[in-house]
Structure formats: C-alpha cells, structure tokens
Design a protein around this ligand. Structure first.
Ligand code: ADP
Ligand code: MG
Length: 379
C-alpha cells in the first residue's frame, strides 16, 4: 500500500446536533494535488478546520503522515508540516514583497529585524527563488499594498511555501480574480504540485478543470464521489447535487450528449432558436412522454452550454450502439442547425468537425450513411 500523507477515517463533526461532517472518509497520497468541490454548506471549510486542528473531530480520526492529530494544538500541527492559505490574503501591506517573504523564511525574526538587518546570502537566495516561483521578481521591492489581488494571492502562496510545509491547504484561491490572474495562480499551483502535496478547495469550475487531476466532491458532510474531472462531470449524483434535482439521464447518455453538443459548438455559436430546436429533438430521442420531454429539455440545456473536449469521452464510448447514437445526434444537430439558419447546406466548421468525428468513430461507412438518411427523412 502506498504511503498516505493524509488519512481521514469515519470523521464526524457535530456542532450542537448539526453534523457539518458526517462519517467522512478521505485518503491522499504523498505528492498528490487534490481539488475538493461541493455546494455551499457541504463542509469544505470545516474539513480544513479539522485538518489544521482548529476544530476537533466528534467521532473518527485524522492521521497526518501516519500520526493521529487528536488533541494536538493548532500551532504544533502547523509545525508538523501543514500550511494553510486562507481565502483573503494576509500579507503585510506596508512591507515590500521581498520583506514579506523574508519574514516567513526566517520565522524567529520579528518584523523590525527584517526591516533593519541585511538578510544572509543563503536566505536571500532562498527568497530570490521564491520570488521567481511566484512570478514576482520584478515587483520584489514594491510595497505589497500596490499588488493586484491576484499578485497578493501569489505572494501569500509564496509565504506559505517559505515555511516548507509537507501539505498545503488552499481555500478558494481564485475567488474574485480576473481570468488572467486565475490562470497565473493555476500555473503556480501546478508548478508547486511537482514538489508538494496540495489540497485546493474551489468553486470556479473553469479553474478546477485547469488544475485538477483527482477531484473529491463533498455533499452534506460526506464524500459524494471522487475521480477525474471527466468522471465527476458525468456522474449523475454530482449533476443532481449541482442542478438540484434528480437527473433523468444516465451518465452514459450524458457522455453521448456531450460529444454531440461539441459538434453544435464547432462554429462557435449556438443561437437561441438553434438551441431550442436541438433540445426539442434531443429530448424526443430520450423519452416519448411529452411532460418528461419538457423537463429533460431544461436539463439538456446545461450540457449544451458547456464546451467539452470530446476525446476522453469517445475513449469511454466504445460500444457500436453508443457510437451510432452519437452519429445520429450529431447529424441531427448539424442538419437542424443548417435548416434553422435557412441554409440548404450545413455550415463549414460544423460539417468539418462532423466529418472528423465520423472518422474517429470508425463505424462502417454504409451504416453511417444509413443513419444520416434516416435523420434526413425525419426532418
Ligand atoms: P462549506 O465551506 O462547504 O460552505 P462549512 O464547512 O463552512 O461549509 O459549513 C458546513 C455546515 O456547518 C454549514 O451548514 C454551516 O452552517 C455549519 N457550521 C460551520 N461551522 C459551524 C459552527 N461553528 N457552528 C455551527 N454550525 C457550523
Ligand atoms: Mg467554506
């Protein structure tokens, strides 16, 4: 069995009768970068609070590098190698970027000595390396107050790394950041993940997609499911939690639909009219009941609106029936979309993508033509 940096066993945290965490089990390998997502109130912050010793388990235990953390005070747990970055940056605004890093690199010095003493050369090399890692070398001598929100987040991540923790806990690092800053923070976390074990809590799904290898979904204080981003996104339990109702689609159907939807997006647009025609036709594929069709259209809309990479899904959809279904839906989409735009031929981008999809599906050509003819007849 691979050594675990973190093992959480049957953890329950009871706040006056309310279980913020409920029989939660969680394991993480050394060197892993794990993203934790979950709706508000799922228990994410409490989860971090228990790991750092701020909150004690009511039942169960937390093992860090094999050691039970029960009753160990917060500051000692920090010294054992768990560093936490809070949501809002906590940097000294009046000190320069370099001074902020100096401070954390030399924990036994106080603010004044950092200001008035020259750093030792080994230490300054250390700080130089950190400045580079967090991408703030050119801003090293500016007061932290002049940094953008994203740069402050990166500085604080640098300060955390300066304490050489074995496990970094990062709570919503990109909340309120611009797209560009979000990407920078993502790149920084990915770089740090090469040499650290990291847990990131995050809401921003674009960002999760950028950095995630393995994702854990929390819901009502327990682990709802765990896996790659792709597995998570297609898991009916997750869809239900995020969309707030029971999904009537199987995870299998969702995958098929996502591949077909990627064709609809090939020309970069999806007009309202195009969308409603597509949804109407797709819902008819999945059920004969009119009321169910309407309900399904609401659900399908959520899939049509996110662009996805069809490749990993295609690798999972190997059955000929699945692939024929993809051909049918995709052909339907491009035909409907051409028809709706009053064009006699399908648009170029869509048809090019459709053709290359057909090649990748590897079905017999006669079968493909048969399916296409069937669709044309039904239009
Ligand atoms: P998340 O970070 O996923 O939004 P939290 O861990 O903050 O969730 O909270 C989980 C649940 O526990 C919420 O319903 C919250 O109201 C409750 N909770 C959190 N801390 C306390 C506390 N100290 N006392 C009572 N209830 C709490
Ligand atoms: Mg929270």
């Amino acid at each position: 069995m691979a050594a675990k940096i973190l093992q959480i066993e049957d953890l329950t945290v009871n706040f006056d009768g309310f279980k913020a965490l409920n029989n939660l089990n969680f394991h993480m390998d050394y060197g892993e970068l794990r993203v934790i997502i979950g709706p508000n109130g799922a228990g994410k912050t409490t989860f971090l609070d228990v790991i750092t010793g701020k909150v004690q388990p009511t039942i169960g235990r937390v093992l860090f590098k094999g050691k039970d953390l029960r009753s160990i005070p917060e500051f000692r747990i920090a010294r054992m190698g768990i560093g936490r970055k809070f949501q809002t940056p906590r940097v000294y605004l009046n000190l320069s970027v370099r001074e902020n890093l100096d401070l954390t690199c030399n924990k036994n010095k106080n603010v004044l000595s950092t200001l008035f003493k020259r750093p030792e050369s080994a230490e300054s090399r250390n700080v130089g390396g950190l400045l580079e890692t967090v991408g703030l070398t050119t801003k090293a001598d500016l007061p932290a107050a002049l940094l953008s929100h994203g740069e402050k987040q990166r500085l604080e991540i640098g300060m955390l790394v300066a304490q050489s923790p074995d496990l970094l806990l990062v709570d919503e690092p990109v909340a309120g950041l611009t797209d560009e800053e979000t990407e920078n923070v993502g790149a920084l976390l990915l770089a740090l993940a090469e040499s650290h074990s990291i847990i990131v809590i995050e809401h921003d799904m674009e960002f999760v997609r950028q950095i995630a290898k393995k994702v854990t979904v929390l819901h009502q204080g327990s682990v709802l499911c765990e896996g790659s981003m792709d597995q998570i996104q297609n898991d009916p339990k997750v869809i239900e939690v995020y969309l707030g109702h029971q999904s009537s689609l199987s995870s299998h159907q969702v995958k098929i639909l996502r591949v077909a939807a990627s064709i609809a997006w090939s020309d970069g647009t999806l007009s309202d009219a195009e969308q409603s025609v597509i949804l109407k036709r797709l819902s008819e594929e999945f059920t004969n009941d009119t009321a169910e069709q309407l309900e399904l259209q609401d659900e399908l809309r959520n899939y049509l609106y996110t662009e996805v990479d069809p490749e990993p899904l295609l690798a999972q959809l190997t059955e000929p029936e699945d692939r024929e279904m993809i051909v049918k839906l995709s052909y339907e989409i491009i035909s409907v979309s051409a028809f709706n735009k009053g064009e006699t031929k399908v648009n170029l981008e869509e048809s090019e993508n459709y053709q290359s999809l057909i090649e990748r599906l590897g079905l017999p050509m006669e079968r493909v033509r048969e399916i296409e003819a069937g669709v044309r007849q039904s239009l």
